[in-house]
Design a protein around this ligand. Structure first.
Ligand code: ADP
Length: 483
């Protein structure tokens, strides 16, 4: 493996300086595939985070005044550098997160597509001239950057969850303090290193690594200089951040948990549905917020779907992400393994039938067997919670109404998928699903050009697309009188 330190300095990045904790406090980053230590990174506290916020505030005064083309050119340079370092970034992602190298390469390309998109969109934050209501007045609307943004990101996509926030923030003219997940800070620091190399000015992007996420989160939510918080993570933490931000009335983007239904109707192309379900369920070992959490299959095709799907799952190779041909890496940590085991035990106790897998993998550690369950029921815990592991529960339904009702019977509303060919039903079901994103005859909806985000308990705001830039802009209406 390439020397990780060349690309990730393993120091925090504040005001253009690579810094450690003043008293040398650090925490360890481990490879989840073998438990080996990768690096020690600074365990920063509120004092250091405050310094980062102040640096971001100072940098904002200059950054906001740059023309969009200047910001766009810097983003383009960042994009080119990420592309030039794609392989070492992918290796780093696999090392600290565990996903197969092929998926890590995919993440770099996907994550970088946001930098490219927002380098383009930087110049599209148009305002409006409103036809006036009075002859001696002219009315106009301009868009201005929100200000200092705090970003908190998770471990499941150590690169893409960051670029989705940073690229639009920087394009809009905001400056950022990022707190990456304590599980995967090295990729975040590598991205900052490349941003520095690209010439993004000191203070515009700051990365504060730290173990005490609740303390850093509270600071971001209550610090008057922070004007916006963008968070991706669990619904429980998202709600807490929203409560903490209420007093300061911060702008919020919250990308929270999901409970995606994946519906297979009786007229579906079953082979395509199986292929889509494999992607939707087992990508990143089931550890994404848009992973199929419940596979709902219509009565008439239930048995044949289960057979084809289980066969496809039986071919999935489990192993360390840097080994060739591996499809599924380890779970992120022992806590995740315990959660999956607990959900499975509950489902079995309530009548689920294990068709494939069902236990920790012989490789040990946090590896888990790709698992297929049939006769899953809404009363089981895995129907209500994000599984976040390679476990596919399959439910049986009879009618379209029943499928929609089952699919919507969750507080979450991030992604939903269904397979079917009847054009009337395609429209009816797509419109009836209470979700922010619907994949019809596809198991993959994520792309930088479309608005990613959820409704209900899955959060607020959108990432990517035109809408992604608006999250970091505020509207100013100006009335010019006395003409
Ligand atoms: P996950 O279960 O996917 O790790 P979390 O919501 O726990 O989801 O973590 C997502 C991000 O939120 C991580 O960067 C984590 O450090 C951070 N985080 C966890 N708890 C809090 C909190 N109370 N306040 C702010 N950030 C938090």
């Amino acid at each position: 493996m390439t020397n990780l330190n060349l690309i990730s300095p393993a120091l925090a990045y504040i005001d253009g300086q690579w810094v450690g904790h003043p008293e040398g406090k650090t925490f360890g980053v481990n490879n989840p595939a073998n438990g080996k230590s990768l690096a020690q990174v600074p365990d920063m506290g509120t004092i250091e985070a405050q310094e980062a916020i102040e640096a971001a505030a100072q940098a904002f005064e200059l950054w906001r005044k740059q023309t969009a083309i200047v910001r766009a050119d810097l983003l383009w340079r960042w994009y080119e550098l990420i592309r030039a370092h794609a392989e070492v970034l992918a290796e780093l992602i696999t090392a600290e997160q565990g996903k197969p190298l092929a998926e890590a390469r995919g993440e770099v390309a996907y994550g970088n597509s946001f930098v490219r998109w927002f380098a383009e969109e930087a110049r599209r934050s148009y305002g409006t001239l409103i036809p006036t209501e009075s002859p001696d007045r002219r009315l106009m609307v301009i868009k201005q950057p929100v200000g200092v943004v705090a970003a908190i990101t998770p471990w499941n996509f150590p690169l893409a969850m960051i670029t989705r926030k940073l690229a639009p923030a920087l394009a809009a003219g905001c400056t950022v303090v990022l707190k990456p997940s304590e599980e995967t800070p090295l990729t975040a620091l590598a991205l900052a290193k490349l941003a520095e190399m690209a010439g993004i000015p000191p203070g515009v992007l700051n990365v504060v690594t730290g173990l005490d996420a609740p303390m850093l989160g509270l600071l971001f939510c209550t610090h008057p200089t922070v004007r916006k918080l963008s968070f991706t993570g669990s619904t429980a933490v998202g709600k807490r951040l929203m409560q903490q931000s209420a007093d300061g009335l911060k702008r919020l983007s919250l990308e929270l948990g999901g409970n995606a239904p994946f519906i297979v109707f009786d007229d579906a192309d079953l082979n395509a549905a199986v292929e889509g379900a494999i992607v939707a369920k087992y990508r990143n070992g089931g550890q994404t917020c848009v992973c199929a959490n419940r596979i709902l299959v219509q009565d008439a095709v239930y048995e044949s779907f289960v057979e084809k799907f289980s066969q496809a799952v039986s071919f999935l190779q489990v192993g360390q992400g840097d080994e060739p041909q591996v499809d599924i890496g380890p779970l992120i940590n022992p806590r995740a393994l315990e959660k999956v085991k607990g959900l499975l035990a509950d489902a079995q106790a309530k009548g689920a039938h294990i068709v494939l897998g069902g236990k920790p993998h012989a490789l040990g550690g946090t590896f888990f067997e790709p698992t297929v369950l049939t006769e899953a029921k809404p009363a089981m815990l895995l129907s209500q919670e994000e599984i976040f592991g390679p476990v596919a529960p399959i439910y049986r339904f009879r009618t379209e109404e029943e499928a929609i009702s089952l699919a919507n019977s969750t507080p979450y509303g991030l992604a939903a998928y269904f397979y079917g060919r009847d054009i009337g039903r395609v429209w009816r079901v797509a419109e009836a699903l209470e979700y922010g994103m619907v994949g019809v005859n596809t198991g993959l909806v994520s792309t930088a050009v479309a608005p990613f985000g959820g409704i209900k308990h899955s959060g607020l705001g959108r990432e990517g697309a035109r809408e992604g830039l608006e999250e970091y802009l505020q509207i100013k209406y100006m009335a010019l009188g006395g003409l």
